[in-house]
Design a protein around this ligand. Structure first.
Ligand code: F6P
Length: 355
């Protein structure tokens, strides 16, 4: 098996996430340990197209596990979606004798990985996105750190809101998913959490705020997921003032939440995923994504992962399910239900206990 793989490539693509470096470190060290050379591709798929690469040694990655961002840089690359771009990327792989690639990122990254593997370059995907919006995995690299960053910011905002008897409305990242909003909403004791997955009862929140203010509560935290679209959170801030009389401030931490030192959970998960990805690639596997399911690190077919994502987001296209067996489709439906139930259950909790 290891005969076939003498050299592998690793890249990070899409929005960066804390813990991506930990995946790079793990991939590099695990591969070198197995006698395989590692080439870092700089700037995601655009680096592959434009032949921007560097050899990675164990020494190169020795101190990156604690660093946010990605030492390989990242990009969103439209050219990679074209056949011409794809052919340039394949030419780079051939030029460097890259036998396979580990691609770290979100669903766009995985789509790129399948496109490459169809053209003969085996690829394994590892999740790297703060949004946690990959349906096939329970958690993604970067999610835990992002939540903890929001937590620190939210605690700081609670302090100043308490001093000034204000409400702070915090918009958190998550273009297509409200996971960060929901979890941090619980942890910050938000009186309201607004996310695209669940209907929000604004009037109920206003009433609760007024009641709590009458009882003497000074500060309030409201979390809005970015996916609600701009200027939802700004408008809500004004409306809170109008409807409750509570002075309010709008805060958008935005990309601050995407940087920073990865947490233990992210470093550990990232390291395990990187190791598992190398193991799978060197076993001759391709088109897999490394996922966490019920606390276990498992491999999942990338195409299955992409389609279950579409199913969950209600974006299935004609023919999407044609290549899957009835059992696989049932499995997809069960997973979508699991994700939906997670939101229902936890939204009820945040709404009951938030104050
Ligand atoms: O990586 C996901 C994400 O952080 C989203 O939550 C956000 O909408 C988007 O990336 C921002 O992208 P950009 O870095 O291109 O502004």
């Amino acid at each position: 098996m290891e005969k076939k793989f003498k050299k592998i490539g690793v890249l990070t693509s899409g929005g960066d996430a804390p813990g991506m470096n930990a995946v790079i470190k793990s991939v590099t060290c695990a591969a070198i340990e197995k006698g395989v050379e590692v080439i870092g591709i700089l700037g995601g798929y655009s680096g592959l197209i434009n032949d921007r690469t560097r050899k990675l040694t164990a020494l190169d990655v020795t101190d990156i596990i604690s660093k946010g961002g990605t030492m390989l840089y990242s990009d969103r690359c439209d050219e990679f979606k074209t056949e011409q771009g794809m052919q340039k990327a394949i030419a780079t792989c051939k030029r460097h004798n890259i036998d396979g690639i580990i691609a770290i990122g979100g669903d766009g990254t995985f789509r790129g990985a399948t496109d490459l593997s169809i053209r003969g370059i085996p690829c394994i995907g590892v999740s790297g996105t703060i949004d946690n919006d990959i349906t096939a995995t329970d958690t993604t690299v970067g999610f835990d750190t992002a939540m903890n960053t929001v937590l620190s910011l939210g605690d700081a905002l609670r302090d100043t809101s308490e001093s000034h008897a204000r409400c702070c409305v915090i918009e958190v990242m998550g273009r297509n998913a409200g996971y960060i909003a929901l979890e941090t909403g619980i942890a910050l004791n938000a009186i309201g959490v607004v996310l695209q997955e669940m209907p929000f009862d604004k009037e109920r929140m206003f009433a609760k705020m007024k009641k709590m203010r009458e009882l003497g509560q000074r500060s309030f935290v409201v979390i809005v997921a970015e996916g609600m679209g701009a200027p939802y959170a700004e408008a809500l801030t004004k409306e809170i003032e109008e409807k409750t009389g509570i002075e309010s401030r709008f805060i958008r931490p935005a990309h601050i939440v995407r940087g920073g030192i990865p947490t233990l959970a992210d470093r550990s998960f990232a390291s395990k995923c990187g190791y598992k990805a190398v193991e799978a690639l060197l076993e001759g596997k391709s088109d897999l994504v490394i996922c966490s399911r019920h606390d276990e690190i498992v491999t999942t077919d990338i195409r299955w992962a992409l389609i279950v994502d579409r199913m969950y987001k209600g974006k299935l296209k004609d023919g999407d399910l044609d290549k899957f067996t009835p059992e696989q489709i049932e499995e997809m439906k069960a997973l979508c239900k699991e994700r939906h139930d997670y939101f229902v259950k936890n939204y009820e909790i945040v709404n009951s206990i938030g104050c």
